[in-house]
Design a binder for this molecule. Sequence first.
Ligand code: AMP
Length: 401
Amino acid sequence: MIVLVINCGSSSIKYQLYDMPSKKVLAKGLVEKIGEQISGLSHKYDGKKHEVELSIPNHKAGMEVILKTLTDGEVGVIKEISEIGAVGHRVVHGGEKYSGSVLIDDSVIKCIEDFCDLAPLHNPPNLTGIREAQAALPGVPMVAVFDTAFHQTIPAKAYLYALPYELYEKYRVRKYGFHGTSHAYITHRMAEVLGKPVDETNIITCHLGNGASMAAVENGKCIDTTMGMTPLPGLVMGTRCGDIDPAIIFYLLGKEEFKDYRDIDKILNKKSGLLGISEFSNDQRDLEEKAEKEGPESRAQLALDIFAYRVSFYIGAYMGIMKHVDAIVFTGGIGENGSIARSASCKPLANVGVELDEAKNNETIRGKEGEISTASSKTKVFVIPTDEEGWIASETFDLAT
Ligand code: AMP
């Protein structure tokens, strides 16, 4: 079966076409700057790249461009769109309703609509993607794969905030967690690597990228995660602050330059994290280069230190609450490539027996999977490249067949 995976954002649509169940990627690409004067299509197929500038006024036109490209005589990989057997959609928020992926029907669409309130930047474009795909591919089964689903096994003691309980009852204020597709994929892949059944796999997953989150996974089920009701708390990210004292917001609102809560929202989401501390870049690699040039007292180094400290802190906390940890796993752009960040995050954990093999750590970059701990390390440490689209394709194939 040919499965199309769609990740629809406010001004972009990412797509990936799979031959299932082999998981062979036939083509992948991105339509971006939808609604702007000049939009773009970037399409990869057969080891080649096709890039064009076009006018794509809306998501409907974006979906048409994708389907036309996939069936194009020169750069396409299928003859007819009727060859597409199912479509998998990334949907950010599934609220408390969905603890797994679902075949989309009218009631699912209604629920995704209801959860727009909880994810106002993400669920509306995700819904647009579903509607446009349904219009372009009538009768083709569509599956929603939620970022929040994997975290629905977190117990109430970990997902509830110590706020008046009625805020949870009235407004569903609680921890939901995100990056669930990545944490779920890593859990299943790690079970294979460890040679264990998924429901006996105990790991700490560290998805470190521009957005970053961790999950404590016990017996294959998530028992806690670092993101919360929104993707803002937890680890330090490219431009997001991660954990802060919530009273800072009210303190700043009293200052002359921050009259509007939206100014603070912008600071916490767009101007904080690695960028905020370094005042230079949100990108780990840029900061590593700058720290190398400017030395250990530089602000770039401070940003990297704060980032790594928060990762160590949560690994330590999760090791403390879990009955057993088979492995700590790094993934995401920084987790997969950043040997410096991995080393700095694991260093303070030597006192609980976590020991990296620095030679293996330095060699494990760019899509390589492998163990990076020493033979004597009490807890194994692995790098596993994440595959969120592949996970969505598998979920879609399973539900559509
Ligand atoms: P993602 O959001 O998962 O694409 O990850 C983006 C982050 O990965 C950026 O901060 C990049 O600087 C970081 N990254 C990518 N390659 C490397 C590398 N070789 N070393 C360190 N960080 C990297």
